[in-house]
Design a protein around this ligand. Sequence first.
Ligand SMILES: [Zn+2]
Length: 135
Amino acid sequence: MQKPPRPLPQATPETKEYWDGLKAHELRIQRCSDCSEFYFFPRPFCPSCHSQNVAFQKVSGKGKLHSYVIAHRGHPAFDAPYVIAIVELNEGPKMMTNIIGVDDPTPEKLPADAAVEIVFDDVNENVTLPQFKLV
Ligand SMILES: [Zn+2]
């Protein structure tokens, strides 16, 4: 059976800056200019104080492993086993992502709070995905 293509996201007006940032190998998330909170996913208002005075800002791409599952049987577009993770960025927000670069992933190889950093996965000329690796 032929492997189906990986499902890919499509930018919306609210997320275009985020996806453009990834294409430029920068992680850009939004920050509220009134309460200074960073947040993710992109949306036109601050989830903490509801201010619309928000702007994208480049962030470090560094964080820690908050939680994950190891998928042994998943979507046919992915080579199992693979790691679906929630990473907590140093700036505060959490992102759902994959942890890559761990051969035959096990819980022993993926301790909670492990330091991680972003890897920019250029899937094609239009889409770059944020993946993370252990550091
Ligand atoms: Zn705010």
